[in-house]
Design a protein around this ligand. Structure first.
Ligand code: NDP
Ligand SMILES: Nc1nc(O)c(N)c(N[C@@H]2O[C@H](COP(=O)(O)O)[C@@H](O)[C@H]2O)n1
Length: 278
């Protein structure tokens, strides 16, 4: 099957620099269920550490080379996870468009990740016009899973199920009664839920609330790798900023976190930073 013209290409020499930060192929082929998947946190920021010009505004930061890199990462994970703020703002495709994956020159849905949206209150009005739904119908991406705490209603459920997606109910078993009353979901519980659903590697793309939460003192240990694209642009004040809370220790403020095993990789006009949280 020939790859369509819009397929992206990412060279083998650059792939090698990323592979040690990705879920190991031996993990993805084993049938054992571990307590959590490999978590890769990956996003693009401006020089002033912002994801977008304003909340709810989609902002292209990655150049063509780093965009192809992101699609290579997508091909190496079982799933891509985003918050509902991003689903509403971007109407994203969340598929993989690298040459050779299913729908882009490859067979079936080979290499396509599962899109997962974190939507505790059922705010995302997913419809037949949503890009993820259209791509699933066209055989160019997997249908989404939506993690929720609410009853979503029959209309959304049947639409999602008609393309092979589903709702995953985050329930009392992940945090008890108190957790079930608030919209917040604990990351450890969510990752356990994904692991039980067979997800062994997940890339978490954003947006701001999700990233800052994962970079917080409580959650950083759950992140295995960070792969960050930095674009040579200042977006200016007022955007969606990546800036986690400082840690507190012995009555003073401490840095929020730091990466080890760092690799900097220029890609076109951008630079890609890979590392593991210390
Ligand atoms: N440059 C880049 O790489 C990227 C940029 N973006 C941009 O980011 C922006 C969106 O970011 P933002 O507005 O911060 O929204 P998010 O995508 O981070 O979604 C936030 C919402 O997700 C739900 N959520 C997040 N964490 C949890 C949790 N632990 N438990 C329960 N619910 C949770 C909440 O929904 P609720 O409020 O319903 O409780 C929360 O308000 C957009 O402009 C988008 O374009 C997004 C991804 C990547
Ligand atoms: N890597 C990267 N660079 C940017 O400049 C971005 N704006 C994003 N955004 C993320 O990618 C999703 C859009 O993906 P599709 O092309 O629609 O598949 C968007 O929802 C963000 O998660 N990422």
């Amino acid at each position: 099957m020939a790859a369509p013209r819009e397929a992206l290409y990412f060279p083998a020499s650059q792939r090698q620099q990323l592979d040690s930060y990705l879920p190991s192929p031996s993990i993805t082929s084993t049938s054992s269920v571990s307590s959590k998947p490999h978590v890769t946190l990956t996003f693009a920021t401006s020089l002033d550490s912002q994801l977008a010009l304003a909340p709810g505004v989609q902002t292209a930061l990655s150049g063509p080379e780093s965009k192809a890199m992101t699609h290579y990462l997508r091909s190496k994970h079982d799933a891509i996870l985003i918050g509902v703020g991003t689903a509403i703002a971007d109407n994203p495709s969340l598929n993989c468009r690298i040459e050779g994956v299913g729908g882009y020159g490859g067979e079936g849905l080979y290499g396509q990740p599962r899109p997962i949206v974190l939507d505790p209150k059922g705010r995302w009005e997913i419809s037949a016009e949503s890009k993820v739904v259209k791509l699933a119908r066209e055989g160019k991406g997997k249908a989404p899973w939506i993690i929720t705490k609410t009853d979503v209603g029959e209309q959304k459920r049947s639409l999602l199920e008609s393309v092979g997606g589903k709702f995953l109910r985050y329930g009392d078993s992940f945090g008890g009664v108190e957790a079930s009353l608030s919209a917040r979901m604990e990351w450890r519980g969510m990752l356990q839920l994904l692991s039980r659903e067979g997800i062994q590697g997940v890339m978490i793309e954003g947006g701001g609330v999700v990233i800052n939460d994962l970079l917080s003192a409580d959650n950083l240990e759950l992140v295995d790798s960070v792969i960050l694209t930095i674009a040579p642009t200042w977006l200016g004040r007022g955007g969606v900023q990546v800036c986690p809370e400082q840690r507190q220790g012995l009555g003073r403020s401490l840095p929020a976190g730091r990466l080890k095993d760092v690799n900097w990789m220029p890609l076109g006009e951008d630079v890609v930073l890979c590392g593991r949280p210390q």
